[in-house]
Design a protein around this ligand. Structure first.
Ligand code: GLN
Ligand code: ZN
Length: 762
């Protein structure tokens, strides 16, 4: 008989009512003192544990809870504190300084945690730094949980291999040294835990999913050393977000248990397990519930999968658990959430998922009959959800069926379109434009609040938006920009805005997830077939166009970005959902064109982050991502110019896809890439319209026109001038009006100077 336990890998920190965020922000603003703040944090730490205990989870994680980010915790724990923070003396101040920066020291970089929308703080390696254990946070948390709740817990620690993989500032050849410097520190942390009586630790090594056999063998050595030194603590080596290629290596690690993701592995982990077995004496920690989506589990199917797994593995002990930390889903269904019953019943957030685990355990231990009622109920809810979703757009299937290859491509080649557009648009050389949004000032946000709370009528709000639009059209004209935008004042968020106007999307009031630090987002929920109901941006764009003789660029969010920033339904492949969104956007593009808008930008800032973890899966994703983009943009006339925008560096990775989008112009972030991309372009010329960001919009700093001119001139060495655009890195919504105007003024000057110089050379 296999012993079955339930386990959790991590729980959301933010609290059901975002108490965590509120405590943090109050402390940062100086509205609470440190003592109160730490007390609040302690309460929230314990509350998260209590919620998991209440769902009767057997093995509860600690130390996944953090004051900001778990990767930052690890860095600080091992004294990976960059020199520039040396003047900050207090440990807590240092911690937040690294996350948020100080007057004198820029914050550490933040980037996406694998293929999720959670951002971690990037650890910085500094040669010669003295790494040591500054505090044993897992141990402190373990002790605190025991003292306050009388419960044994399983501390979670980010593993050395993954920690280094996520860090920066070292060369490949430094890695061995880093490992040998850091391994004793891990040993120290674990030894102290051992002395305190800790039985299990969960060491997270998600980076192992992409490790080669050789890499895995090197990691095995680390774990060999650790387990020899600390025999009394059982290590559960946890992987997630995909299958482990080096499966055979992994199961030979001298650890007490191995955690595998059986949800996001495309069936591969199970295949490996069947082919190569699983060591009988080790615990198999099986991720059997999707820890990244928000849908109720099909209990029967999950139960059967687990039974099969148990049978194939033949181990003494199995832990059933979510596929990954529940950090990526909302805390729990909020009692005040107002959604249609059929939708609400189909949802399962962190707390509900843990309850599902407990039910499944019951089914495994006592037999399926013991949970038959719950199985039937889950089945009924999922059926109802499906029907609810299917009702959104009955015409959809028919439309998709009718699509032909022609619908995915423009009828004329780029060069020909360029010629036609140059004539019809009448733009100067090196046209200047912005990426879409202008400052969302406190005034704009408060206007929207008033309207949402019904303190303002629709007319009042609309008049306000028009006033703001007019103000910024005038500003853009004064600045002498060539292609104007309406400013996106009516949008809080580039995905939410479209989701609210399309069928098949729902919005929650309380289902927050952490994005980075104290920032939380409420991703839209795609529950049904996507439906275009009515034009979404035409009114605002046409209004802006009516105010000026310059061209106003229409502004849409692309299908892949809308998909990647939403919780998507589980019963359709992502590709198909992207096509549905694309089909709806295609109608919007057509509506804009029909209303006389000749330049339309379809933003895809999230295209790259959707890349699968394993490179071998990239092509498939990139192919349909580009198809979805083309489906939304290909039906226009040759005279209509399609733009797109993406904002991140390392375009080299996806340059073929960018080409494949067949957009007439792409504007991208560039000012911080330090010329790297230009070197690339020199080798691989990009021949469609290209706008490289000439200034960083993440900082209030206003660069001089000379600085921007240098960027333009450097770019023109490798980019043809007859298709080069001048623009900032990204949208300006987080900037102040004054700095925005000042920077754009310099940008326009820089473009004029560059034009002047070009004229001299011909
Ligand atoms: N058009 C959007 C804006 O300017 C683009 C935002 C983005 O790239 N993230 O705000
Ligand atoms: Zn951007």
């Amino acid at each position: 008989m296999t012993n079955v336990k339930t386990s959790s890998l991590g729980f959301p920190r933010i609290g059901l009512n975002r108490e965590w965020k509120k405590s943090l922000e109050a402390y940062w603003k100086g509205n609470t003192d440190r003592e109160t703040f730490l007390k609040e944090m302690d309460e929230q730490f314990l509350a998260a544990l209590q919620t998991q205990l209440d769902q009767q989870i057997d093995i509860i994680p600690v130390s996944d809870f953090t004051l900001y980010d778990h990767v930052l915790d690890t860095a600080v724990m091992f004294n990976w504190i960059p020199k520039r923070f040396k003047d900050v003396h207090d440990p807590l101040d240092t911690y937040f300084a690294m996350a948020r920066g100080t007057k004198d020291a820029v914050s550490c970089e933040m980037t996406k945690w694998f293929n999720t929308n959670y951002h971690y703080i990037v650890p910085e390696f500094e040669k010669g730094a003295q790494y040591r254990v500054t505090r044993n946070k897992p141990l402190e948390d373990y002790k605190r949980a025991k003292a306050a709740l009388g419960t044994e817990t399983k501390p979670v620690i980010l593993g050395l291999y993954t920690f280094v993989a996520l860090a920066k500032g070292y060369e490949q050849q430094d890695i061995k040294d880093i490992y040998s410097q850091m391994t004793p520190l891990y040993i120290q942390v674990l030894k102290e835990l051992e002395q305190e009586g800790g039985k299990w630790v969960q060491i997270d090594e998600p980076a192992l999913v992409t490790a080669s056999h050789e890499e895995a063998a090197a990691v095995k050595e680390i774990y060999q050393t650790i387990t020899e030194e600390v025999p009394g603590v059982n290590i559960l080596l946890q992987t997630y977000f995909d299958s482990v290629d080096a499966y055979e290596e992994l199961i030979s690690f001298p650890v007490a248990g191995i955690g595998l993701d059986f949800v996001h592995d495309k069936g591969k982990n199970f295949e490996h397990l069947k082919a190569h077995g699983f060591p009988k004496g080790k615990v198999l920690a099986a991720g059997i519930l999707d820890g990244r989506n928000i849908w109720k589990a099909n209990l029967e199917e999950r139960l059967n999968l687990t039974l099969e797994l148990i049978q194939s593995a033949g181990v003494d002990e199995v832990w059933i658990q979510p596929s990954n930390s529940l950090l990526h889903v909302p805390v729990a269904k909020h009692p005040d959430e107002q959604l249609a019953d059929d939708l609400l019943n189909g949802l399962s957030f962190a707390k509900e998922k843990l309850l599902e685990l407990t039910l499944l355990k019951n089914g495994l231990v006592s037999g399926k009959a013991a949970i038959q009622t719950e199985i039937d109920e889950a089945h009924g809810h999922l059926q109802a959800l499906k029907q609810y979703g299917a009702a959104t757009n009955s015409a959809f299937a028919e439309e998709i069926d009718k699509l032909t290859e022609e619908d995915f491509k423009r009828s004329t080649t780029f060069e020909e379109r360029l010629r036609i557009q140059n004539e019809s648009l009448g733009l100067p050389l090196l046209p200047t434009t912005t990426i879409g949004s202008f400052p969302q000032t406190a005034e704009v946000r408060s206007a929207r609040q008033k309207w949402r709370k019904k303190e303002w009528s629709d007319e009042q709000y609309e008049a306000f938006i028009q006033k703001e639009t007019k103000k910024w059209i005038d500003i853009q004209e004064d600045l002498g920009l060539d292609v104007l935008v309406h400013g996106e004042f009516e949008r809080t968020d580039m995905v939410e805005y479209f989701g609210e106007k399309l069928g098949g999307f729902a919005f929650t009031k309380y289902a927050w997830v952490q994005s980075y630090g104290s920032r939380c987002v409420r991703p839209p929920v795609i529950y049904g077939d996507v439906e275009f109901k009515e034009p979404m941006t035409v009114k605002e764009t046409v209004y802006a166009q009516s105010l000026t003789s310059k061209k106003v660029k229409g502004m849409l969010t692309g299908p892949v970005t809308i998909l990647n920033w939403s919780f998507a339904r589980y019963d359709l492949p992502r590709k198909e959902i992207a096509f549905q969104i694309a089909q709806a956007l295609r109608k919007e593009v057509e509506a804009l064109e029909k209303a006389g808008i000749q330049i339309i930008q379809v933003d895809e800032p999230a295209l790259r982050e959707g890349l699968p973890l394993k490179e071998r899966d990239w092509d498939e994703y990139l192919k349909w991502a580009a198809e979805a983009f083309r489906l939304s943009t290909s039906s226009v006339e040759d005279t209509t110019q399609i733009h797109t925008h993406m904002c991140y560096s390392n375009f080299e990775d996806i340059v073929d896809t960018i080409e494949d989008l067949d957009a007439d112009v792409i504007t991208i972030e560039h000012s911080r890439s330090h010329g790297g991309f230009l070197d690339y372009l020199e080798q691989h010329p990009y021949l469609k319209g290209l706008g490289l960001g000439v200034y960083d919009i993440h900082s209030p700093r206003v660069p001089s026109s000379d600085e921007m001119l240098t960027i333009i001139e450097d770019a023109l060495k490798v980019c043809p001038a007859d298709r080069f655009w001048v623009n900032p890195d990204c949208g300006l919504k987080t900037r102040q009006p004054e700095e925005t105007i000042a920077a754009l003024k310099h940008m326009v000057e820089a473009a004029k100077q560059a034009r002047g110089k070009l004229a001299q050379t011909v």
